[in-house]
Structures are given as C-alpha cells and as structure tokens.
Design a protein around this ligand. Structure first.
Ligand SMILES: [Zn+2]
Length: 443
C-alpha cells in the first residue's frame, strides 16, 4: 500500500514498486528509521518547505563576497585581529559592554522572496524557476538529515551523502535514485552531491528553519500530550570535540599581568585571493570553540552544549550551543532555562524545581533562586551525638532528597542520546552556527 498521501494536482504513481529489502527493514529493530521516514508526515512541513525554497532563491542571488578595486585594504594585522577576537568573546578577559550573550543566538535571515506558497510544494513537487536547474526536493533532503541522525550518524552533509550513496533503501525512502555511472546529466531526483547538501544545511540554518522545526515539534507534542509536563527539569552541559586547532594568545589582564588563553585560529570568509591585502575582516575559524576543563584537570578543545530535559520521561527538550565553550557551567544554566520556559508556557506552568549538579554553584542567581544553599539559607552544624535518633549513614531527612536525586541521572541518558545514539561527539563542521544546527536536528 502507498504510504505517501498524494498532493492534489500530482499524478498518482501508476506503478508502485515493492522491494524485498524494504520489507526486511520494516521487520528489524534496527530498521526503525525506515518506517519513520516512510511514514514521514510531510504535510506538517509544507510551510517550512515553502520558506526554504524562498530562502534558497535569496541565497542564490547573493553576490560573491569579493573585493573590488575601489575597496580600501583592511589595515588590521593578524596580531591585532587575534586580540580583538579575544576581547569579543563571552569569556573575554574584561567583559564588553553589553556583555556577549552566553547561549548562542544565531541571527535569522528572513527571506525577501515570497513567491513559493505551502500549497505549491510536496514530495517530488518542486517550485518551477525561470532560470537555473530544478532544485532538489526539500522533503528528500530533510529526510536525509533526519534519517542520518535516526541511524546514529552525525546529521552533517558529508555523512548524509555517504549514507545516501551507500544505502539504496535509504536513498529510495528519501525519494532519490542512484544515477547510472555512464550518465552524468543533472536530474533533480538523483542522489544529491555534497555541493547540494551543504547549501541545504546552510540555508536551513541561516533561515532559522532547523530551529523552527524543533520548537514546533516540542510545542505540538506538549499540546497533544505526547510530552507530559513534569514538575521538575534536569539540566547539564556536555562537550563535543572541535574540528579545528587552537593557538595560545598572550594578553595583559586588568593588573597588567601577562596571561594566556587558547583560541581558534583565524580565517576570512570572503573569496579574495590575497587575504592580507583585502578589505574584509578576520574572523575566528571555529567561533565558539574553547578549552573545556573536565574533572581531573583534563582539558578538551571543543564546543559546549547545555541540555535541559524532563527526567521522568527522559526527553531532551532543548540543547543549545554555548557561545563560548570556555564559559563556566554555572553561567550557562540560568539564561538557558529562561529561554526554554519562555518558549514553552505549558511547561513554565508545571515546573517547580530543577535538578543540576554542583557545577551550578558559581551561578550569579544562586542566592535569589536557590534558597537551600549556604549562600542564602541558614546552615547550622551540630555534632551527631547530640542527635541520637539519626543514623549519620542514612539521615532520615535525606530520604526525600535522595528520591528526588535518583531522577537526576536521567540527564546523563539524554546526553548519551544526543552524543551517541543520534550522532557522535566528534564534529566535522566548524563554528557555532553549524554546531547549533546539528543539536537542533538531533533533538
Ligand atoms: Zn576579502
């Protein structure tokens, strides 16, 4: 039976092929991704598809960033750029005014073009363009990224390409076919090349569409009861290994003392041939990457994410890139939980308490909101022999606390799902924008 409802105006397929390997996949536990993609509710994503095609049109109209003869050369040296970039960071030696935001906030570029409407698009139905080749189908590309993550691979263009190329059932369920090797003509339904997958991911990120898909899914699931509001939230941070190298930047602190801080190397995003004599500014090659200090003084060059979820159901509600990975854990939770509760009012009405580990002790809002801590509550110390009825190994007052804290490890399982089940912890892209996009897709 056909699983895809056909959009009005589209020809009903006259022949429907049933492949034996599709049936095999449906019957295996590891083949769950196949059923999910085959029954993908594409009607829910038509507006996103229309917005994608409009943003894609704008993207293709952008002039290449190249210098003209009239442009003045940017006089900033590499050394000056290194210091400027250091002092712009959220963990800058001296805070900037206003301070840089702690959770990453990507800038959403709204599409100027509004030609394509939701009703114009469906799987296999792409909007016509007067110029250029027929674009690859949005629904096929979207399924490619979601499918990669469902299979446990990083939802990144290179990985998606590899899977589509090597797994015929996956390519088919996404709506693509494998082109014969003696035919290299462009066909919009052929398995997309890396040069098609990369701009898809880039446009989805820049237009804020990955983020919108995620928020809509959580909002709908909360409204329909698939996700039940809980009285508690659980939070933690986790790291991903960066796909870049770093250098150590010396600087003078407020007291004039020589200090050092690790920072990503620099690059330019323009297409100029000589970066040393062009008008554009230097930027960090891997913006957001920083040194993360783990327990036992272990140091990792990576990106940091803050995750918030529901402990009883084990659901990650939100995972956000921390704008500068070197930010201390105590500073990430408050702004993150504020944005999560602001985005989901149903949740804000139910949440009474948050379970977090001692890393939050450095939080500047601790005294105001966490009234059980030494910073604000009263603490008295008495010797145990004055309290004969209490067993110090198992104090009765701790029982309720213990029961609550048994739910805290739920966050470790959520993080495992983000890092291991829906991809891996080694990134193959750079910068906060790409890092946030992979978190959105995994969510
Ligand atoms: Zn340039």
């Amino acid at each position: 039976m056909l699983s895809l409802p056909i959009a009005p105006g589209l020809q009903i397929p006259l022949i429907y092929e049933v492949r034996s390997d599709d049936a095999d996949l449906r019957n295996t536990i590891d083949g769950e991704w196949f059923d999910i993609l085959d029954h993908f509710p594409w009607q829910d994503y038509r507006q996103v598809a229309a917005d994608y095609y409009n943003a894609r049109y704008d993207f293709n109209q952008l002039p290449p960033q190249k210098a003209t003869e009239d442009d003045a050369i940017n006089p900033e040296t590499q050394g000056e750029a290194r210091q400027r970039l250091l002092f712009d960071r959220a963990t800058a030696p001296q805070p900037t005014a206003p301070p840089a935001p702690i959770p990453y906030q990507g800038e959403v570029v709204a599409a100027q073009t509004q030609d394509v409407q939701a009703a114009d698009v469906a799987p296999g139905l792409v909007p016509p363009r007067l110029v250029g080749r027929k674009p690859k189908c949005f629904f096929g590309l979207l399924k490619g990224f979601i499918g990669a993550s469902l299979m446990g691979f990083a939802p990144e263009p290179e990985q998606v390409r590899l899977l589509l190329k090597s797994n015929p059932a996956f390519a088919r369920v996404c709506g693509f076919f494998h082109q014969r090797k003696d035919c290299d003509d462009y066909h919009f339904e052929a398995v997309p090349s890396l040069r098609k997958l990369e701009p898809f991911d880039q446009i989805m990120t820049a237009a804020g569409l990955w983020g919108r898909i995620k928020r809509t899914a959580v909002t709908d699931n909360l409204a329909s009861g698939v996700i039940q509001p809980e009285p508690e939230l659980v939070g933690d941070t986790t790291h991903f290994h960066a796909y870049s190298s770093f250098e150590t930047v010396p600087y003078q602190d407020a007291h004039g003392k020589e200090q050092k801080k690790s920072q990503s190397k620099r690059t330019k995003t323009c297409g100029c041939e000589d970066w040393h004599a062009c008008p554009h500014a230097w930027a960090l090659r891997d913006e957001g990457a920083g040194t993360i200090v783990k327990s036992g003084k272990q140091m990792i060059w990576g990106h940091k994410a803050s995750a918030i979820g529901l402990p009883k159901q084990g659901i990650v509600l939100d995972a956000v890139a921390v704008a500068d990975a070197a930010t201390h854990d105590g500073q990430t939770f408050y702004p993150h939980v504020q944005s999560v509760l602001g985005a989901y009012p149903l949740l804000a009405a139910s949440v009474q308490r948050v379970l977090y580990d001692s890393a939050c002790i450095g939080c500047q809002h601790l005294a105001q909101y966490c009234n059980r801590t030494p910073a604000s509550g009263r603490t008295i110390t008495v010797p145990f022999d004055t309290l004969k009825h209490i067993d110090p190994e198992d104090p009765p007052m701790a029982k309720r606390f213990k029961a609550i804290m048994t739910r805290r490890p739920a966050v470790e399982r959520m993080i495992k799902r983000l890092k291991c089940d829906l991809g891996d912890d080694r990134l193959s892209t750079r910068g906060n924008e790409c890092f946030q996009a992979t978190l959105w897709i995994r969510r």
